[in-house]
Write a protein that binds this ligand. Structure first.
Ligand code: ZN
Ligand code: ZN
Ligand code: ZN
Length: 253
């Protein structure tokens, strides 16, 4: 299975508009981060997780001409706002999208035109599917287990992480329930959201994400959803067995 990092940045992206900080102005290409998203490819099938603001640019950069499905983690704007560009991938047939009940409800309400059978032909044509937590399903022949996570320490938003065989993608979380650690048994590689060095109300810090990934038994750990306070080079010096994901990174898992 091939994992391509389409984006590894937090909601502002990196660089942040107008910011002159050392990370936003440095020349390391790994510190240019689109909003977080990955592409999963196996056996001729291709799915993406989330369609943020740069979805079109990400598809162009990776030269993608077809998609079988989209999985959504949650409905925050940095994860769904590129949804209209799914029109390209739903010309020939309706494109299935998946997520938890809250996310599918939000998308159906805010992008109602994409679900109207009699809509304008140029619109996206999407089919919503609610996934049950912790129940393995096969999507375009790729087996996936939705992992319910909490995003936010006070106001908690339900988010799905996803496990594919020995790989798991967990972003935008501040709490991983015991049942999810159970469901992560046997995972080798984890890509996990980590905003910055210090704690944040809606995201793990590097230390918290690292501890969670170690607790889950991962031996390859990649941070994603990173903000502009920490450059890739510095993140890679924090732990011996964890590193920063960066846009265009490819993992074979
Ligand atoms: Zn986010
Ligand atoms: Zn900055
Ligand atoms: Zn979020």
């Amino acid at each position: 299975m091939r994992i391509t990092v389409l984006g590894s940045g937090t909601s502002h992206g990196v660089p942040v508009i107008g910011c002159k900080c050392p990370v936003c102005t440095d020349t390391d290409p790994r510190d240019k981060r689109y909003r977080s998203s990955i592409m999963v490819e196996e056996g001729g099938s291709r799915i993406v997780i989330d369609t943020g603001y740069e979805f079109r640019l990400q598809m162009l950069r990776e030269n993608v001409s077809g998609l079988d499905a989209v999985l959504y983690t949650h409905s925050h704007a940095d994860h769904v706002s590129g949804i209209d560009d799914l029109r390209v991938f739903s010309r020939e047939r309706n494109l299935p999208i998946y997520g938890n009940a809250e996310t599918m409800q939000f998308i159906k309400e805010h992008y109602a035109y994409a679900f109207d059978k009699d809509s304008f032909p140029g619109n996206p044509h999407l089919v919503p599917n609610v996934l049950a937590p912790l129940e393995e399903v096969s999507i375009a022949g790729i087996k996936v287990i939705p992992l319910p996570l909490e995003h936010g320490r006070v106001k908690k938003m339900p988010v799905y992480g996803y496990r594919f065989s020995s790989f798991a993608y967990l972003t935008d979380c501040t709490f991983i329930p015991p049942a999810v650690f159970e469901a992560l048994k046997g995972v080798r590689t984890i890509m996990i959201g980590a905003l910055r060095k210090t704690a944040h109300g809606a995201h793990f810090s590097f230390d918290e994400a690292y501890a969670a990934a170690k607790k889950a038994g991962a031996d390859r750990i990649y941070f994603t959803h990173i903000n502009h306070e920490t450059g890739c080079e510095e993140i890679n010096s924090l732990y011996e067995d964890a590193e920063s994901a960066y846009d265009t990174m490819v993992l074979e898992v």
